[in-house]
Design a protein around this ligand. Structure first.
Ligand SMILES: Nc1ncnc2c1ncn2[C@@H]1O[C@H](COP(=O)(O)OP(=O)(O)O)[C@@H](O)[C@H]1O
Ligand SMILES: [Mg+2]
Length: 207
C-alpha cells in the first residue's frame, strides 16, 4: 500500500498551497475538493444521481452542477445537504482511494478538509498533517482566494473542528502564519521525513 499522509486544516489555512509545494518536491497530491468538482462537472459521475434527486433546477445549462442554486439549497435545508453528501461522499472516497492506491510516487498527500471530522479516511492515511494558522489570517486568506464575505467564512469555520481539537489530532503541524518561504521550509523538512517513513514502511512490508 502507498504511504499516505492526510492533510487537513481550516478553510484558508493553506492546505492547497502547502500541498502544491509538496507536489513540486515529488509527492503525489490527491485533493478531495478537486475530486468533488470533477464529479459534479458536465458529464461527472455524480450528475445523474444529483439530477434525479434535486431535479433540473440543480443542473446548469452546460450540464454541470449549478453551484449557486445548490449552495443556497443546502444552506437553507439540512436534509438537502445530507442528501447531497450521501451521493457525493462515497464517490469522492472511492476515487480518492483508487488514486492513492495507483500512485507510483514515494508517498501521497491526501487533502481532506474534514479529515478529522468525518473519520471516513482513517483506514487510508498513515499519518495526519494539520496546516494551522491564526484565525484572523484564515479569514483574510479565504476571502482573498474566493469571493466569500467574512460572515460566510466564519460560518464555514463554525462547521469545522475548533482549532485546538484539530491540532490534538495531528501527527505533524505546519504553522502557516509566515510568508511562502517559511511555508516552503517546513514543507521541505516534512518531505524528507515522509520519504524516510515511506521507505521504512515499504521495508517492513517486505517490499
Ligand atoms: N504563507 C502564505 N503566505 C501568503 N499567502 C498564502 C500563504 N499560505 C496560503 N496563502 C494563500 O492564502 C489563500 C488560501 O490558501 P489555500 O491553500 O487555498 O487554503 P486552503 O486550501 O486551506 O483553504 C490562497 O490564496 C493561498 O495562495
Ligand atoms: Mg484548498
Amino acid at each position: 500500500m502507498t504511504f499516505c499522509v492526510g492533510v487537513t486544516g481550516g478553510i484558508g489555512s493553506g492546505k492547497s498551497r502547502a500541498a502544491a509545494l509538496f507536489g513540486e518536491l515529488g509527492a503525489d497530491v490527491v485533493d478531495t475538493d478537486d475530486i468533488s468538482h470533477e464529479l459534479t462537472a458536465a458529464g461527472g459521475s455524480a450528475m445523474p444521481a444529483i439530477a434525479a434527486a434535486f431535479g433540473p433546477a440543480a443542473v446548469a445549462a452546460d450540464s454541470s452542477l449549478d453551484r449557486t442554486v445548490m449552495r443556497r439549497l443546502v444552506f437553507e435545508n439540512p436534509d438537502a445537504r445530507k442528501q447531497l453528501e450521501t451521493i457525493l461522499h462515497p464517490l469522492i472516497r472511492d476515487r480518492a482511494r483508487s488514486r492513492v492506491m495507483a500512485s507510483p510516487a514515494p508517498y501521497v498527500l491526501l487533502v481532506v478538509p474534514l479529515l478529522l471530522e468525518t473519520g471516513a479516511y482513517r483506514g487510508l492515511v498513515q499519518r495526519v498533517l494539520v496546516v494551522d494558522c491564526d484565525e484572523s489570517l484564515q479569514i483574510t486568506r479565504a476571502m482573498q482566494r474566493s469571493n466569500l464575505s467574512p460572515d460566510a467564512v466564519r460560518a464555514i469555520m463554525a462547521a469545522q473542528l475548533p482549532r485546538q481539537q484539530r491540532l490534538a489530532g495531528a501527527d505533524d503541524v505546519i504553522r502557516n502564519d509566515g510568508d511562502i518561504a517559511q511555508l516552503r521550509g517546513q514543507v521541505a523538512d516534512l518531505h524528507h521525513q515522509y520519504l524516510r517513513l515511506a521507505a521504512s514502511a515499504a521495508t517492513s512490508r517486505g517490499k
